[in-house]
Design a protein around this ligand. Structure first.
Ligand code: 8DG
Length: 146
């Protein structure tokens, strides 16, 4: 009998899958990314990131995802907000502040659009629902005059 699927379900019950996101801040603005897929999430905005792969640290996952999705290198800093439970408690969203390094500018390699939002523009895009508390927690981290 193949126990692998059962084990995967049991593991998810006690160890939720970690999804990391990068709140990339530059020039007092944060980068928001519009999802291109799947259809039910297309048009919603998010922080670049994704699932942490087995054997990978959260920081490594963020660095990899920012390279894959945006073609940039980032340095990962402090956490933003609390863990957000998602997908019936089988996953959590965990967001970190990040900064650009090496001078490259983000390119939408997997998203349909990118926008740099100043604090007053944070709610000008429709974020994925889980991101709402994170967006709120970002407000004090952005300058009021950007
Ligand atoms: N990256 C990211 N995902 C988010 C955010 N908010 C939110 O609800 N999610 C959800 C959307 C997806 O269900 C899940 C992340 O999936 P993903 O498709 O980005 O992950 P991934 O890059 O590892 O994708 P894959 O390997 O499974 O194709 O988390 C966010 O701000 N950033």
């Amino acid at each position: 009998m193949d126990l692998a699927p059962w084990l995967a379900v049991q593991t998810e019950r006690v160890m939720p899958r970690i999804i990391v996101g990068a709140a990339i801040i530059s020039g007092g603005r944060v980068l928001a990314c519009e999802r291109a897929e799947p259809p039910e999430m297309a048009g919603k905005w998010e922080f670049p990131g994704g699932k942490v792969d087995p054997g990978e640290t959260e920081v490594q996952a963020l660095v990899r995802e920012c390279q894959e999705e945006l073609g940039v290198d980032v340095e990962v800093g402090q956490r933003v907000g609390d863990d957000i439970a998602m997908l019936n408690g089988t996953a959590v969203l965990r967001v970190y502040v990040a900064t650009l390094i090496n001078g490259a500018q983000p390119v939408a390699l997997e998203h349909s659009d990118l926008r740099w939002l100043a604090v007053g523009e944070l709610y000008s895009v429709p974020w994925l629902p889980a991101d709402a508390p994170i967006v709120r927690a970002l407000e004090p981290l952005l300058p009021s005059t950007a």
